[in-house]
Structure formats: structure tokens, C-alpha cells
Design a protein. Structure first.
Length: 232
């Protein structure tokens, strides 16, 4: 019987990876989701991850610097875009652009974001708002969450009037409204690196190869990600 493989993955990947796990024919695949920063800490403390799929390169670099990755296995798998979303009952119309009046538009409301100093979606979001000149005035209205899906839920339930999530998160909630995508030049390139944790088993290698396959890349694309394989 094939050994179960444990994949640690950024929360924003849940819908796509859940679909891929169901169709994977090489054995049982267990996926633990969370913020990339929290998952990195767990791996450093000895959590039994065999693969890691992060939402940014910084946290993957931490593990590489620690010598925890299988040499030569690190690869940029996917890219994404940042989206400004509104609650379902909101009548706000606002597009992310230089000088946009985000704080004034929110009024007494709040903006949901993943942790702006730790979670990739929050880090990218803060960079984008800073680039567009909106961060200084809006930071006092930000509600921070442990991962991007938690920020999405706050907006979907109307607890937050606006939120910043990934474009790929939009398919996870039919209740939010897309106001606009942030220009790519306003933040660091969004990259999802994947690597095997050393030592790698044959079963983990098989999952790694599967996630890089054309079939898996097509699933990621359907969920709003931008495949990067073949562009290294």
C-alpha cells in the first residue's frame, strides 16, 4: 500500500488542491492548509510535511536557508493577482488606482486583509496600497486575519465592507463582489513556490510531479491561478 503523502499548502490554494486531491490516483494525499508563515514555522519545528506549496518566496527561502528542502526541488509553480472585493449588500463602486479614496469610501467600515506583516496576501496588499497612496489613511481601518480565506469570509458575511484577496479566491465565495484588480506593478510579483521536504519519499516525488503536470496546471488555471511551469 502506498504511503500517505502530507502536503502543507497556502490557504488560497484550497479549492484547486481539494479537486486535485480527489482526482489523484497515486495514493492518499493529505493536505494541511494555513497561512504560509504559520506553515513554515510548523515545518521548522518538525511537522511531518513532505511537500510545501507557499504563497510567496520569502517563507520558502527560510526553509531553504535552514537546509530543510530537497536540493533542486524548489520551483515556482503558480502566480496570482490581487483583488479588491466588496460585501454582497454593499453599493460601493471603487477601482484600485493611484490616489483612490479607499479610507473615505469605507467611512466607519473596515477593510479585511490577511496579516500584513506575515501572510503573503496581506504583505502584497499592503505593498499595493502603499504604492497607490492609500495605506497611510486606511491602515487604522484594517481588520487582519490569519489567512486570506478568513478575510474573504469577513467580506462574504458583511462583517467587513471591503477586502483584499487573491483573484483565485473569488470562486470560493459567490457572495462577494469584485471591484477591481490591483495593477501588477503595485506589488511584488506573486509567486507560489513548491518544494519537497528533505528527505523525499518516492510517493512525495510522485505528488510533486503530478502538481507540475499539464492536467494539474489546467485545474489551477480554471481556479484563477496563472501556471508558471515551463517558464522557469
Amino acid at each position: 500500500m502506498a504511503e500517505e503523502v502530507t502536503l502543507f499548502a497556502a490557504a488560497s490554494l484550497k479549492n484547486a488542491l481539494d479537486e486535485l486531491a480527489q482526482s489523484y490516483g497515486g495514493g492518499k494525499l493529505h493536505i494541511a492548509y494555513g497561512g504560509s508563515s504559520a506553515l513554515t514555522r510548523q515545518i521548522r519545528l518538525g511537522a511531518p510535511a513532505q511537500l510545501f506549496l507557499s504563497a510567496n518566496t520569502t517563507w520558502m527561502q527560510v526553509l531553504e536557508d535552514d537546509g530543510l528542502l530537497m536540493p533542486g526541488s524548489r520551483t515556482d509553480l503558480l502566480s496570482n493577482q490581487l483583488a479588491l472585493i466588496a460585501a454582497p449588500n454593499s453599493s460601493i463602486t471603487l477601482s484600485p488606482a493611484p490616489g483612490f479614496e479607499l479610507a473615505a469610501t469605507l467611512g466607519d467600515g473596515v477593510l479585511a486583509m490577511a496579516l500584513v506583516n506575515a501572510v503573503p496576501a496581506g504583505i502584497y496588499g499592503r505593498e499595493a496600497l502603499t504604492s497607490l497612496g492609500a495605506w497611510e489613511n486606511v491602515q487604522g481601518k484594517v481588520v487582519q486575519t490569519d489567512n486570506v480565506r478568513a478575510a474573504l469570509r469577513l467580506v462574504a458575511t458583511g462583517e467587513a465592507q471591503l477586502g483584499i484577496v487573491y483573484a483565485s479566491d473569488l470562486g470560493a465565495s459567490p457572495h462577494v463582489r469584485l471591484l477591481g484588480l490591483f495593477p501588477a506593478q503595485t506589488h511584488s510579483p506573486i509567486r507560489y513556490p513548491m518544494a519537497l521536504i528533505d528527505p523525499a519519499t518516492p510517493e512525495a516525488q510522485a505528488v510533486y510531479d503530478y502538481l507540475r503536470s499539464d492536467a494539474a496546471q489546467a485545474v489551477f488555471a480554471r481556479h484563477g491561478f496563472r501556471p508558471l511551469q515551463g517558464q522557469d
